[in-house]
Design a protein around this ligand. Sequence first.
Ligand code: UDP
Ligand code: MG
Length: 139
Amino acid sequence: MATNRTFTMLKPDSIESGNTGNILQMITDAGFAIKAMKYTRLSEEQAKKFYEVHAERPFYGELVEYMTSGPIIAAILEKENAVADFRALIGATDPAEAAEGTIRKKYAESKGRNAVHGSDSDENAQIEGDFHFSAAEIF
Ligand code: UDP
Ligand code: MG
């Protein structure tokens, strides 16, 4: 069942490069409403858990190191068809392959330091949102 919600993180490179304002503007301009948001830093334990599905991939260690290297902005977003529309807005994982006008094309540095996270399914959007926010923090 579609929930019309997705989960995102503006990753450490977005904060380092000073692009969070521009990225959030793109997100709201695309019609997403912010239902929850926090500025936080993932612990190693949290990053490992969040990216557990990638535990066997060669980039897992580097990914955990990068995602804990500085603060992130985590948010729950709402829009009709949120998961698919947000994946379209952010573009391909590797900015070299991302379509023109997408967030990753504009702001990502590399396949690893790629500016933003977007959930890949309604089920994961729910799990990832619940991972970062309590019920009282979601509006
Ligand atoms: N990643 C990486 N190298 C790769 C593939 C992925 O460093 O070859 C990182 C990248 O930050 C990516 C994250 O791992 O966003 C999760 O990978 P996934 O395949 O789920 O990409 P996404 O769903 O973020 O587009
Ligand atoms: Mg993914």
